[in-house]
Design a protein around this ligand. Structure first.
Ligand code: AMP
Length: 181
């Protein structure tokens, strides 16, 4: 019998309670990445809506977004752009501040990583409050990107990130949702 997507993903994602802080249920995708079938299935499903669509670049958010984004870029025959925490990229960058649960941080991408009007898909493993993805959307918008969609394996809908991105006019695709934090 063919296992459903939800079953495949649920059985391959490991949940670690109280990491990195009490009260957080950490959804660990390293077990999904280590499972050949689950990794392939997740990438195939994330790519599926855009097969046949022109996508110039896939941009991944450090660090788990690099792994998924690289595989997605390969499948879509698109380039890959890393969005990194400040100070990690060697050439001229554009930078944006974004909100974390406590306080703010900054992320950046290379100034010459994309040309205005290029079609871009944003990728990360999980969307929670949407602060991180919103920062990435701001960077991409600043660079003149045409954002096709933002894609995540996991949605935590109670934290409102998807709604935040949709309110910015960004199409959001996720594969599986967990209740709570
Ligand atoms: P947010 O900015 O609140 O949407 O948080 C999203 C970022 O934090 C992503 O890069 C996730 O990898 C990470 N993250 C937030 N909450 C969790 C969680 N419960 N389990 C695993 N990663 C998380």
């Amino acid at each position: 019998m063919k296992t459903s997507l939800a079953e495949t993903l649920l059985s391959s994602i490991r949940t670690i309670p109280d990491y990195p802080k009490p009260g957080i249920m950490f959804r660990d995708i390293t077990t999904l990445l280590g499972d050949a079938r689950a990794f392939r299935r997740a990438v195939d499903e994330l790519v599926h809506p855009y097969a046949g669509t022109k996508v110039d670049k896939v941009t991944g958010i450090e660090a788990r977004g690099f792994i998924l984004g690289g595989a997605i870029a390969h499948q879509l025959s698109a380039g890959f752009i890393p969005i990194r925490k400040k100070g990690k990229l060697p050439h001229d960058t554009v930078r944006v501040a974004y909100s974390l649960e406590y306080g703010i941080d900054e992320m950046e991408m290379h100034k010459d990583a994309l040309r205005p009007g290029e079609k871009v898909i944003l990728v990360d493993d999980l969307i929670a409050t949407g602060g991180t993805a919103e920062g990435a959307v701001k960077l991409l918008t600043q660079m003149g990107a045409d954002i096709v969609a933002a894609c995540f394996v996991i949605d935590l809908p109670e934290l409102g990130g998807r709604a935040k991105l949709e309110a910015l006019g960004v199409e959001v695709n996720t594969l599986i949702a967990f209740e709570g934090h």
